[in-house]
Design a protein around this ligand. Sequence first.
Ligand code: LLP
Length: 386
Amino acid sequence: MVKKNMLSRLTKYPTPLYFYDLQLLDQTLKDAVDAAQPYSYHIHFAVKANNNDRILESIQRHGMGADCVSGNEIREALKRGFPANKIVFAGVGKTDNEIKLGLETDIFAFNCESLQEINVINDLAGSMGKKARIFLRLNPDVEAHTHKNITTGKAENKFGINATDTDIFLTLKKDFKNVEFVGLHFHIGSQICDFEVFKNLSLKVNEIQDLFESKGEKIKYLNLGGGLGINYADPQQNPIPDFAGYFETFHKYLKLRPGQEVHFELGRALVAQCGTLLSRVLYIKPGVRNQFAIIDASMTDLLRPALYEAQHRIENLSSEAAEKKTYDVAGPVCESSDVFARNILLEETRRGDFLAIYSTGAYGQVMSSLYNMRDPATTIYSDEVE
Ligand code: LLP
């Protein structure tokens, strides 16, 4: 993680700049794998959180699989060394070409969200002489207690199939000969820090399993999705999330059947803290009410504050001033929501100062855009800094 004492080595790089701490990434991945190991849980990395080549290569080296949501993510995962039999393909709107790619490359499974989609997968698999392994993504109607824009497992969300709809298996067996049902998939939301939510998910999954079993269905794999949150308020305090507590919660409450294999799809928890967005202050602008620090990074580099009211910790790496002042930290884009923080205290800040915006390794660079014809941020990895 970027600290003040690294500043002299970073000022030669252009900003905005995404800095990735590969050592922290490595330690985080190791901790996650070690925490999953006692229960033989399998982890797939949610590529949507960060698809940088070196990040994917590190994750692949730790033996994790890949959870992809587009054909291009499948291609990239294969290119970075993830074996096809550890790739799952999810998403509520897979195109025919993307499904064909998954079938051609023999990925492990498709996480399916509707009978309409399974129908298409069945037809395409048939025309290619293949059988597709599928998970049914069920909507368990469990409250995730997170921001509404990243809640996915409530009845009103577009994701998944109604968890009480056991008739679906009759249709699967009767009409779809080219798909093999292998498991159930759940994902109820993201940035979940309250383990009680994962307990509730486990208990709901137990009920659903009982119901499906009572209809004679065997479930070989369970995929519980991702969602483990991180500490945005104080990233330095404890940069590695509590993977042990997370997996232990599932171990304690999930009722597994003999031989059943459990998968997870973590994104944020694995990569968020290794990334820091660095930006230079362009102007200190006295506003009508507030004092603005206008910086050279914007919502095109990090959309999370504008989209989810996310608060990332920000520090001034350059200033040695004893006094702290209040600032609104804003980007240059012509949108009122292009603001990273309001009313935060920073050491007295001047034009040219370097600001660090922490916890940006997940859903940061991947969500960037070229709006206002801005240049994309540059990237640097910790082992490249001289
Ligand atoms: N599995 C599925 C089916 C998902 O939809 C997601 C994330 C994950 C796994 C990984 O979840 P994670 O472990 O990262 O929470 N852009 C938002 C987050 C969107 C999450 C989308 N789905 C943000 O910046 O907060």
